[in-house]
Design a protein around this ligand. Structure first.
Ligand code: AP5
Ligand code: MG
Length: 216
């Protein structure tokens, strides 16, 4: 099964994609994670993307589509994937249609996480991840069971994203409103758009997504 999770910054795309990986063996394809890896590795793409991401703007369609296309050619995606953060513009939605057709793949669901924007700044500015295994946490909503120790791998090192400050979040939300939210109607004629209340707690959101995937 192949799905898109769509929603503004902080909506819970990464959180839910991670759970789907653990629970269903689907593969999370986060273009944000791919770009952050390129920035960390200081590849030519990473060097171009770094400043753009720190401003909260979108990286160019060609760069992101190129990265995603290569990733879709890897074997592990054949058992099902979750697109997290792609497509993000009208041009990317059209590119994705072409890529999937060319690779003989289809989309089963586009799941829109609906959230109250006022809650997003708190979600994003409180977010941190394990520096070793990447497990996500939150200052208020998801603290490690033992303070200062990752629940998954036991590491004591954590990190925060450079674009997770209140000013950049404002710009990221603006980009979402102007360029990403308007692409949902692209999928309406295919009858695959479903909406989930992303304001519920993490487990309730997961249950709602599971019900969609299980055809309930
Ligand atoms: P990207 O990495 O995709 O970031 P984003 O879309 O801004 O979304 P986030 O990762 O911030 O939020 P999320 O929805 O994953 O929320 P999370 O689950 O972590 O993109 C970053 C940048 O890369 C972009 O700005 C752009 O520059 C570039 N980029 C990426 N893709 C691109 C593309 N296709 N085209 C062009 N440029 C691109 O949750 C947030 C926090 O809230 C966590 O701490 C979590 O624990 C908590 N939380 C989650 N769910 C709940 C809940 N239900 N209740 C309470 N807390 C919750
Ligand atoms: Mg994310």
């Amino acid at each position: 099964m192949n799905i898109i999770l769509i929603g503004p910054p902080g909506a819970g795309k990464g959180t839910q994609a991670g759970k789907l990986e653990d629970e269903r063996g689907m593969v999370q394809l986060s273009t944000g994670d791919m770009l952050r890896a390129a920035v960390a590795a200081e590849t030519p793409v990473g060097l171009q993307a770094k400043a753009v991401m720190e401003r909260g703007d979108l990286v160019s369609d060609d760069i992101v589509t190129g990265i995603l296309s290569d990733r879709l050619d890897e074997d592990d995606v054949k058992g099902g994937f979750i697109l997290d953060g792609y497509p993000r513009t009208e041009a990317q939605a059209h590119s994705l249609d072409a890529l999937l057709a060319e690779k003989g793949m289809t989309l089963d669901h586009v799941i829109e996480l609906e959230v109250d924007e006022a809650a997003l700044v708190e979600r994003i500015t409180g977010r941190f991840t394990c520096a070793h295994c990447g497990e996500g946490f939150h200052d208020t909503f998801k603290r490690p069971a033992v303070e200062g120790v990752c629940d998954v791998c036991g590491s004591k090192e954590f990190k925060r994203r450079p674009d997770d400050n209140a000013e950049t979040v404002k710009q990221r939300l603006e980009e979402y409103r102007k360029k990403t939210a308007p692409i949902v109607p692209h999928y309406e004629p295919k009858g695959i758009v479903r909406r989930v209340d992303g304001m519920a707690d993490i487990e309730t959101v997961s249950d709602s997504i599971a019900a969609i995937l299980d055809g309930e």
